[in-house]
Design a protein around this ligand. Structure first.
Ligand SMILES: *Cc1c(COP(=O)(O)O)cnc(C)c1O
Length: 468
């Protein structure tokens, strides 16, 4: 393809994108293709000769589109949202075009300084105390791994990177049984091991970590000669929105001299609404590290995960490496690749700048508030429906329910709903039983979309019952 054809195809693809969004409701939310169906339509070998863009685009529609699950569909109620608001898509087009590697300040000063400014804007928007700095990572998993490595290095007197972990005391990390699997994997990769990630029971209205159990576990570990290193809290856990008592974790960490990391990957976005912080956010500024994903509920195109740091030095002492080819001659600058695991980095801050300016915080708050309110309203409709029960109450816009019957019945209901295609939702587990999760968070969802979910669930449940 030549550059003089670029504008023509760019226009066509932008028009395709606008049309795609305008007609999303007509498509089944979850792909309806069978395993292997798409692969079978792809030639086994690449073409030797160039092909036309017409042919490539035609095959994109014919081969690829039927195998897509539509995450931007207004009736996507599965997992958590992965929004891509239009201004953030446009910013990503600019970023892809310039394709700069923003690893050092001098490899694109605008990217570094914009990143510092956007972290500061969001710190303020989320009600985190002044003084925190931060960095934009690809995913919460990477931010959590960075924090876990920092816990390990801090606990081993910053010797783990040099001498390795053999011969060191056993590093221990504490969390509730509601944390995301990215915490387990961070402990695997950091050489800490699953057995040294101490998962404690959760309880109460918000399914938070039990403080007494935490104190007892740390004391027992110290007595056994282990090396307590850190505590990982969660606000808005993946299964049912579990949220720890942050103040309590901070107090215990202070008494014990432990490093703290908070996973608010999904729920962090809602903290731009002060009234939604109640019971979820008190004590947040006591944490050393906090991660939240603007690429989920806030509307920024994937990937965009902000990690706030109370004092970046510990993470820098853990991850910074300065080979000769990366040294620069400026003082008092930030080289963000020293804060993270990968060297190469995209200009992720630009889409935040576009997003925050195009909607304003008030525009974003209105969306989030609507989602929370509609989720509560839907929850009441489901509660009032014979044969359906609410299992966990809404935390922000997430709740779970079950229908009468065993776990197989729950899965049958989920599968039948997703085969129908009008809505998409997924299952989870709660206290060893299968539950059906429901969350509202897609940027273009309306009240009608959310209430249609009730119609679909009720109708398909009735059909399953009559088939029995
Ligand atoms: C989505 C999510 C993660 C993982 O986020 P990635 O950015 O995909 O790594 C971790 N924790 C929670 C609570 C999440 O909701």
């Amino acid at each position: 393809m030549k550059w003089n054809e670029f504008a023509h195809w760019g226009e066509k693809i932008v028009a395709w994108a606008a049309d795609y969004h305008a007609t999303l409701r007509q498509r089944p939310v979850r792909a309806q293709s069978a395993p292997g169906e798409i692969r079978a339509q792809l030639p086994p070998l690449p073409p030797e000769e160039p092909e036309s863009m017409e042919a490539i685009m035609a095959d994109f529609e014919r081969v690829v589109m039927p195998g897509m699950t539509h995450w931007q569909h207004p009736r996507f109620f599965a997992y958590f949202p992965a929004n891509a608001a239009p201004p953030s898509i446009l910013a990503e087009m600019l970023v892809s075009t310039m394709a700069a590697q923003c690893m050092l300040w001098q490899t694109s000063p605008a990217a570094t300084e914009m990143e510092q400014a956007m972290v500061e804007w969001l710190r303020h928007a989320l009600g985190i105390e002044a003084g925190f700095t931060g960095v934009i990572q690809d995913s919460a998993s990477s931010a959590t791994l960075s924090a876990v490595l920092t816990m390990r290095e801090r606990a081993t007197g910053f010797t783990g990177n040099k001498v390795g972990l053999s011969g060191q005391g056993k590093v221990r990390i504490y969390c509730s049984d509601q944390v995301h699997s990215s915490i387990d994997r961070a402990c695997w990769i950091a050489g800490i091991g699953q057995d040294n990630l101490v998962k404690l029971p959760s309880s109460g209205r918000f399914h938070g970590l039990d403080g007494e159990a935490l104190r007892a576990a740390i004391a027992a570990d110290r007595a056994a000669g282990f090396l307590p290193a850190g505590i990982i809290g969660v606000t808005g856990g993946t299964s049912v929105g579990a949220s720890d008592n942050l103040d309590e974790i901070v107090n215990i960490a202070e008494e014990e001299g432990l490093y703290t990391h908070l996973d608010a990957a999904w729920a962090g976005a809602a903290m731009i609404c002060p009234e939604l912080r109640v019971h979820l956010w008190e004590g947040v500024s006591g944490f050393d590290s906090i991660v939240f994903n603007p690429h989920k509920w806030l509307g920024a195109q994937f990937d965009c995960s902000v990690q706030f740091l109370k004092d970046a030095r510990a993470q820098l002492d853990t991850l910074r490496i300065q080979p000769a080819y990366l040294t620069t001659s400026h003082d008092n600058i930030t080289n963000f690749s020293e804060w993270t695991i990968p060297l190469g980095r995209r200009f992720r801050a630009l889409k935040l700048w576009f997003l925050l300016r195009a909607y304003g915080l008030e525009g974003l708050r209105t969306r989030l508030r609507n989602h929370v309110q509609w989720a509560h309203e839907l929850c009441e409709r489901i509660r009032a429906t014979p044969g359906l029960q609410i299992v966990t109450e809404p935390v922000l816009s997430l709740f779970s329910f079950r229908c009468d019957g065993d776990d197989q019945k729950q899965q049958a209901l989920v599968d039948a709903i997703n085969d129908d295609g009008r809505i998409y939702l997924t299952q989870g587990t709660w206290q060893d039983s299968k539950v059906i999760r429901f969350q509202v968070g897609q940027f273009d969802s309306t009240w009608e979309d959310v209430m249609l979910a009730h119609t679909v669930i009720e109708e398909i449940y009735a059909r399953l019952m009559s088939a029995d």
